[in-house]
Design a protein around this ligand. Structure first.
Ligand code: SF4
Length: 329
């Protein structure tokens, strides 16, 4: 039997998960767990690059993220789920990789350059923020990952991981496979205001939002901005809310909206009502499982501990090889 390829991916623990995470990342993880040897981690050290002044959110989000993962169908029997900071070997490898990573490679990282250009320097002007791609490289290669699922916007990060891996192998002998990106489609789900759904824009529909909150949020969603009055024709292609319909509404409803909206035969208020009904129904099984795991602390602790143990058993082995390669005892 051929060994399954190994996949590693993480999610920063900076708040509760939203529909952007669900449809952009988690639905992909759910598929990958069936075909690959998957390692998914709560990236709490990475979260500290932005949340270091208020770290309470990081701890709180870590449990919430596990609950959300399990509730949408990530299966701890199929994938190894763990907390980054519980696996100290990531930090050791990060340190060793930081010795061999030329500074210009980090200075040209688009995320760093953008934050400088946007004048966001300030709180992000830290050694940790500049160096986070090195930690990312350690997170990935410590599991000897073959594949990294990413959106096209993250390609430069994986390229940096590949460069660091090649440099390590060149200096100390072949130790790590050079991981390949698997490109995943970017989520079409935008935030309430039409911008990217994000906690920092305060425009997200959370996986844990209850019916009353969903009602308020769907009601406030920007639709087709050209459609100022009820009698104006709309265009689902230009509507910020429409991409949610194919994800939650029945095919017939979607077809009806596509036909009626450009003829102004349906108003946005009614269209939102249809979405709300389907969103509430679609998230109901997720909410049920969230309640289950929230009420079962012990079970959640066991799942996290088992994943941490599994991850650690690999990283300990890798680090024995790494220390030998770099001539440390
Ligand atoms: S009717 Fe629906 S699809 Fe058309 S603009 Fe309004 S919310 Fe968007």
């Amino acid at each position: 039997m051929t060994e399954r390829k190994r996949v590693v991916s993480g999610m920063r623990t900076t708040g509760k998960l939203h529909l952007g995470h669900y449809h952009g990342v988690l639905t992909n993880w759910i598929k990958l767990q069936h075909d690959y040897d998957c390692y998914f981690f709560a990236a709490d050290w990475h979260a500290l690059t932005s949340e270091y002044q208020d770290p309470a959110i990081v701890k709180e989000s870590t449990r919430d993220i596990f609950i959300d993962w399990l509730s949408v169908g990530i299966d701890p029997e199929k994938a190894t789920l763990f907390i980054q900071s519980e696996i100290k070997e990531h930090a050791e490898l990060h340190l060793l990789l930081s010795m061999i990573t030329p500074l210009p490679w980090l200075l040209r990282n688009p995320t760093y350059k953008d934050s400088q250009a946007e004048g966001q320097g300030g709180d992000n002007e830290t050694y940790g923020f500049l160096g986070y791609p090195v930690l990312q490289a350690a997170d990935i290669i410590i599991y000897k990952a073959n594949l990294v699922p990413i959106g096209v916007d993250q390609l430069p990060h994986v390229e940096l991981t590949r460069e660091i891996t090649r440099r390590f192998n060149h200096l100390y002998g072949d130790t790590f496979p050079v991981p390949e990106p698997i490109l995943t489609e970017l989520s079409k789900v935008s935030g309430l205001d039409g911008r990217k759904m994000s906690k920092s824009y305060n425009n997200a529909i959370l996986l844990s939002d209850d019916e009353a909150t969903l009602k308020k949020k769907v009601g406030s969603m920007v639709t087709d901005v050209q459609r100022a009055r009820r009698n104006d024709p709309g265009d689902p292609e230009k509507c910020n809310l429409f991409p949610l319909h194919p994800l939650y509404s029945k095919a017939e409803e979607v077809d009806e909206i596509c036909a009626a909206c450009p003829r102004a035969e349906i108003g946005c208020v009614d269209c939102k009502k249809i979405l709300l009904k389907n969103l509430v129904a679609g998230l109901a099984p997720v909410h049920e499982k969230q309640h289950y795991y929230r009420d079962n602390h012990k079970l959640l602790d066991e799942i996290i501990a088992a994943g941490n143990d599994r991850a650690r058993s690999i990283t300990r082995k890798t680090m024995l090889e790494v220390r030998k390669a770099v001539k440390l005892s």
